[in-house]
Design a protein. Structure first.
Ligand code: ADP
Ligand code: ZN
Length: 747
């Protein structure tokens, strides 16, 4: 027996401890390390700090072996630097779940495991304070000085303008994200004494102060009881089962969740409730708090420290119920019994960065792995779930067809915008039926919600003579005019441009503003109903963390009569005095170049309608549209989900779109057009050369947005008969998506 030079390990003897570590790199394999005896022992699911090239990285141990790996020369195996945990942070089930997600979303196991851990643990650096920035005086500069600054230092001017708009301290990370700026203009402004940075202690629980709504369990209706019984039964006898709870808004789905959760907790089992980020309001959270006391709340607005604390409490079993947005799905809940995905049709459940998973599918998978049950709930189920609940796709259908309060859904009136006199250069923001309904409601002391899915003042600028629409240039999208900034803003890259004046194409004519965004709608409503106290809720007015709650409080109290906004007003709000809901233009969703556009349009109308008539006062919904005959609009107005689903599914079937296929989209991106075309052609050729009889290839072709942030794009679409049909392509797909500028995603 001879000591092997290099590692101080014995050669030929199984005396060491060898680890397979999953690292957060795109490379689809694990890395081998050895554990020095001085570090004691390590278990799967613990984090370790390891050397990686010249750097060090934090990774997760996925396998422990007394024998050195066969495929790596032993002298190349390096020692772990440090074991970071005393207990595993990821359970064996979560490790396996991560593996499945990696395989299905075309990324590495390490990518997924990193995404499962709260950021503070990922980098091993818990953050206890947040950096905020604010103006030193309420208004930093007068208009003239701002204009001067804009000429020489447009980024500084932009930063000042947004800070003034925010009206208080803003989390720097969020600020940069919203404005598309880097930190340096802020730093320059700080040197000039115009803004200041401060560190603010993390609020450890952002919902802690929110008023606790007392919420007594209701006597269940017969329909609710049937649903709860099914869930309780399944939890005992049918582990792994998935349900679709289809119930109109106000039908008492949440009450069903609460009862099922009570039962789980009574059985000593934990639960996860996923809600869309946007409806993760104090209102939602307090319903769960009121019933269960301590509930962990995980959402993207949390700082690392907050997230870390909540996570630790769950991990140690101090808290059994987790409510949160998408990533809460990975909470290390002990003895998991129930996963609820509320509003399961929401697009925010799909993650659009690595790992590109869909929370709905992962919820079902995790339930299967851990012997829990999963409940997908919605008033407007995704067509995937609807299909799965009908075509033997493994979901069991539960229904709540009536509103609990006995009341029916508010009637929806369609207003054909073609019949309304247009306003100067755009459609009528408040048609006469909507205006009248609002006036009457206001007189009775009731409130209205107005929804428009477009922010900014006007979504486009168009030449009067040649029809050219002014584009960003860096991106292949029209710019939006923001009046408060007096600039055109690209919503893709956040770039700002001066007002164009003459058409950049024909130079013969002035360009004019086309269309209406929330900012312009606000102006119009204010003009038509000067007595209404109006609040606007969109990304431009909700810059600070607290803004959202402030506006909701003002609306819930007696400070605002009308709430006008984008999606932010469409979901989850429950104000009994709201009796009028207006959808200012239902067609915006339909104009998206996406096969799910009709589904989204239907959902939006249904969701936003659900905000009206939530009390015995009743209510009405007015939907303005240029396309009153469109099936999505027509069926939504009739509250007829089934007919919509039937027609839309027939269409999907005809074109082979999901759920009738398992579709992948490969996106290629490069700074030069020739380069991206070549990349896409090459990939297309190698994919088509593989015998895959049940796959159909489309493209490469230019996507709807051909250029983003100066990078040209091409796409290939693969429609496979099933997940299995993709199997022959697997290796090639994995090779592709490890390359720069190539993204493989599910459709
Ligand atoms: P959904 O989640 O389907 O929109 P909710 O669970 O929010 O519906 O219920 C709508 C309203 O009805 C809530 O105010 C809730 O407190 C109330 N509610 C729910 N179930 C009952 C019941 N069985 N009896 C009386 N009120 C109920
Ligand atoms: Zn742009």
């Amino acid at each position: 027996m001879s000591a092997y030079p290099g590692n101080g390990l014995l050669f030929g003897e199984p005396a060491g401890t060898y680890l397979q570590v999953a690292l957060n790199t795109p490379v689809r394999r694990q890395f081998s390390y050895s554990l020095p005896t001085s570090m004691g022992s390590v278990e799967e699911g613990m984090r370790v700090k390891v050397p990686f090239g010249q750097r060090s990285m934090v990774g997760v141990v996925v396998h422990v072996d007394p024998h050195p790996p066969a495929n790596v020369p032993i002298e190349r195996i390096r020692d772990v630097y440090e074991v970071l945990d005393e207990l595993p942070l990821l359970t064996p089930a979560l490790l396996r779940l991560g593996r499945t997600i990696a395989d299905e979303s075309y990324c590495s196991w390490g990518n997924v495991l990193a995404a499962m851990l709260p950021a503070a643990l990922r980098k091993n650096r818990p953050r206890r304070t947040v950096l905020v920035v604010e103006l030193v005086v309420a208004k930093a500069l007068d208009q003239e000085a701002m204009d001067g600054l804009a000429k020489r230092y447009p980024k500084q001017e932009k930063a000042l303008a947004y800070l003034a708009q925010a009206g208080g301290p803003v989390d720097v990370r969020q600020f940069l994200n919203r404005t598309g700026l880097s930190k340096s203009p802020l730093e320059t402004l700080a040197k000039k004494g115009l803004v200041r940075f401060t560190r603010r202690q993390d609020v450890l629980d952002p919902f802690a102060d929110s008023e606790l709504i007392r919420d007594k369990p209701h006597e269940l209706t017969a329909q609710q009881k049937f649903c709860v019984d099914q869930l309780v039964h399944a939890q005992k006898y049918q582990p792994g089962l998935g349900f679709l709870l289809f119930g109109i808004t106000g039908s008492g789905k949440t009450e069903v969740y609460l009862r099922a959760l009570e039962e789980s907790v009574a059985q000593g089992r934990g639960a996860i409730v996923l809600v869309p980020e946007i409806s993760l309001t104090p209102q939602t959270v307090s319903r769960f708090r009121a019933r269960f006391g301590e509930v962990a709340v995980l959402h993207s607005g949390l700082t690392d420290a907050e997230r870390h604390d909540q996570w630790a409490a769950i991990y140690q079993g101090r808290i059994q119920i987790v409510v949160g947005a998408r990533s809460a799905l990975f909470a290390p809940v002990q003895r998991l019994g129930l996963i609820i995905v509320d509003e399961e049709h929401e697009t925010s459940f799909k993650q659009e960065s690595v790992p590109r998973y869909h929370a709905r599918e992962v919820a079902l998978e995790r339930a299967r792995l851990e012997g829990a049950i999963a409940v997908l709930g919605s008033a407007t189920p995704s067509l995937e779930s609807w299909y799965a609940a009908h075509q033997d796709g493994g979901l069991k259908l539960l229904e709540l067809p009536d509103r609990v309060a006995g009341g029916s859904l508010p009637p929806i009136q369609l207003v054909d915008l073609r019949q309304e006199k247009p306003e100067q250069g755009h459609w009528m923001v408040l048609s006469s039926p909507l205006k009248t309904a609002m006036e009457q409601a206001l007189l009775r002391g009731e409130k209205a919600i107005l929804f428009l899915n477009r922010r900014g003042y006007a979504p486009a600028w168009q030449c009067r003579s040649c029809g050219t629409v002014v584009q960003c240039g860096t991106c292949d999208v029209p710019v939006t005019f923001h009046k408060w900034r007096r600039r055109a803003v690209c919503h893709m890259c956040m770039g700002e441009f001066p007002e164009p004046g003459l058409c950049p194409e024909c130079k013969a004519s002035q360009v004019q503003l086309v269309g209406v965004g929330t900012e312009r709608a606000e102006e119009a409503v204010q003009r038509m109903l000067p007595q209404a106290r109006l609040g606007r809720m969109d990304r431009d007015t909700m810059i600070r963390r607290e803004s959202y709650e402030e506006v909701l409080e003002a609306f819930g109290g007696d400070k605002l009569d009308v709430l006008l906004g984008t999606q932010m007003v469409a979901k989850g709000l429950d104000f009994p005095t709201v009796t009028v809901v207006g959808v200012l233009n239902a067609d915006t969703a339909l104009h998206q170049p996406d096969f799910r556009a009709a589904e989204r349009c239907f959902n939006l109308i249904a969701q936003v309608s659900g905000r009206a008539g939530r009390s015995e006062r009743g209510g009405k919904v007015i939907v303005q549209t240029f396309l009153p005959e469109h099936p999505a609009v027509r069926h939504a107005a009739a509250h007829d989900y089934r007919s919509f689903a039937r027609e839309e599914l027939a269409e999907r079937k005809m074109f082979g779109y999901p759920p009738y296929s398992h579709a992948l989209r490969i996106t290629f991106e490069a700074p030069e057009l020739a380069k991206v075309e070549q990349m896409a052609q090459k990939a297309g050729t190698s994919l088509r050369a593989i015998p895959a009889p049940h796959c159909e290839f489309l493209g490469p072709a230019p996507p709807p947005v051909e250029k983003i942030r100066g990078r040209y794009r091409r796409q290939i679409l693969i429609k496979a008969k099933s997940k299995l049909a993709l199997e022959p392509l697997r290796t090639t797909l994995f090779e592709l998506c490890q390359k720069q500028g190539i993204v493989v995603d599910r459709l």
